[in-house]
Design a protein around this ligand. Structure first.
Ligand code: SDX
Length: 446
């Protein structure tokens, strides 16, 4: 990656010419540290009367950000300049949280203080427990998370002033600290088991596992390979540029909504099967495929435009190379299964066979559809004992720090304005109202 000048206000401009009228306009080119240059189109409408149109933002930057950079062609992911492969092996989740929130790796003293803050915010208000009682026991835990995280704003009035940097930081600490507690409570509630309080003598990953799996009847034994895998899964899912859920959090925050409501909006977006919901769908897909002899039929279905079936865990809007997180997840998968003594896990075997066949199939190769972060995570999470409905909740636990860091970065922008995209109107032309007696049945357009 060639490093570019940090000077965002390069004198370079991009000339747009209207071939019909010969009119043209000059638009500034802005450069980042890495990645494609951008054409700053803020003045386009004023100069030309035109909007741009990019319905799923395939080529549109919504903001400048210093948090994360992805090089889709090279399969690179970095947080604040540090490569994910180094962070996953050498760092800890709380250290990555500090890095994303504050911009630099912490000194030992800074890490100790940050850890103290997070550890001492892990409990939730006792009243929050009664919110869970309002759900059916078979409610999807993501439905519960959408509700209880949004409800947090009803409990923490002292950190809702979004214009106060101190209150923004307290909200960030509260969300990072309490999201695992709320997630574990959702899991316990769906199992009909009692909630387990957090323990301040455990690390973040240990505490989360303890709250999820401990029962009053017996001591829960933390297994180092499972703790290590949990730590790695948390690090790998922490942030990922302006993905759908992060963009949802940003646009919610641009209206001045409180941080708890914004994170709840991120959770709702993450739940979709094309996004964070994919890890649960991967396992359901592997169950549906059942045996490697059935793989060719499912590959055929994945290619059929008439068939809504997609190969879950494959493809990515940005990565047109292997998702670096999938590589690390794949390694962890083997480690965890081996260390847990789970030999020849049929789903892992099936996943490896599916990956091999898909990666040799021209359809997937031509479209650069490689396994993404969700492809292996489901297998590890299942081996660790999590029900499939909890997989996306775990993604939300990890991604909360990314969402709140992106929200905080946006709130610190001097020129924050409400996000309000425009559109290309293709509806009916202007027409007079027709009284109901005079209306005829009209064939409904789409
Ligand atoms: C995450 O954005 C992020 O950063 C997300 C994420 C994060 O950390 O926040 O990385 C997490 O969401 C990972 C993605 C998890 N989703 C899945 O695994 C679901 C399966 N994947 C697809 O739905 C799809 O690949 C997306 C949603 C991930 C990407 O969709 P795009 O960029 O809109 O790609 P596309 O649908 O335009 O696909 C391009 C072509 C199409 O074929 P053609 O029209 O060119 O013939 O590839 C095909 C698609 O039909 N295609 C697939 C496919 N994914 C794309 N065909 C079969 N199986 C698939 N999985």
């Amino acid at each position: 990656m060639s490093k570019k000048s940090n000077d965002n206000s390069s004198q370079k401009t991009f000339t747009l010419t209207n071939n019909e009228t010969g009119e043209s306009c000059e638009l500034p080119i802005v450069e980042g540290t890495y990645g494609p240059h951008c054409i700053d189109i803020r003045k386009l409408h004023a100069q030309t009367g035109y909007f741009t149109l990019d319905p799923s933002f395939t080529a549109t930057g919504s903001c400048k950000s210093r948090l994360t950079y992805i090089d889709g062609e090279e399969g690179i992911l970095m947080h604040r300049g540090y490569d994910i492969k180094e962070l996953a092996v050498k760092s800890s989740y709380l250290e990555v949280c500090y890095l994303l929130i504050n911009g630099e790796l912490p000194t030992q003293a800074e890490l100790d203080e940050f850890t103290y803050h997070i550890t001492n915010h892990t409990m939730v208000h006792e009243q929050i427990k009664s919110i869970y009682q309002g759900f059916r026991r078979d409610a999807h835990p993501m439905a519960i998370m959408c509700g209880v995280v949004g409800a947090m704003s009803a409990f923490y009035h002292d950190s809702l002033d979004i214009n106060d940097p101190e209150q923004r930081m307290i909200s960030a600490h509260r969300l990072v600290a309490k999201i695992p507690t709320l997630a574990a409570m959702a899991m316990k509630y769906s199992k009909g088991q009692p909630f387990v309080y957090p323990r301040n003598d455990l690390s973040y990953a240990e505490n989360f596992l303890h709250m999820c799996f401990s029962v009053p009847a017996e001591e829960y034994k933390l297994r180092p390979p499972v703790v290590r895998a949990m730590e790695r899964i948390l690090i790998l899912h922490a942030d990922h540029e302006q993905n759908a859920s992060t963009s949802t959090v940003r646009i919610a925050g641009s209206s001045g909504a409180n941080p708890f409501a914004c994170i709840a909006s991120g959770i709702t977006s993450l739940w979709g099967p094309s996004h964070g919901g994919a890890n649960q769908m991967v396992l359901e897909m592997l169950n549906e495929i059942g045996h490697k002899d059935n793989i060719p039929e499912f590959i055929k279905r994945a290619k059929d435009k008439e068939d809504p079936f997609r190969l879950m865990g494959f493809g990515h809007r940005v990565y047109k190379n292997y998702d670096p997180r999938a590589e690390i997840m794949r390694e962890s998968c083997h480690e965890v299964l081996e260390e847990l003594g789970i030999k020849d896990d049929p789903q892992l075997e099936l996943a490896m066979e599916l990956e091999k066949i898909a990666l040799n199939d021209p359809y997937f190769k031509d479209r650069k559809l490689f396994p993404n972060v969700d492809f292996y995570s489901g297998i590890i999470l299942k081996a660790m004992g999590f029900p499939t409905e909890m997989f996306t909740v775990l993604f939300a636990v990890s991604r909360t720090v990314g969402w709140i860091s992106q929200w905080k970065e946006m709130m610190e922008e001097p020129s924050l304005r409400i996000g309000r995209p425009r559109q290309l109107y293709t509806g009916a032309p202007s027409r007079a109202y027709v009284p109901v007696k005079k209306r005829k049945v009209v064939k409904k357009s789409a």
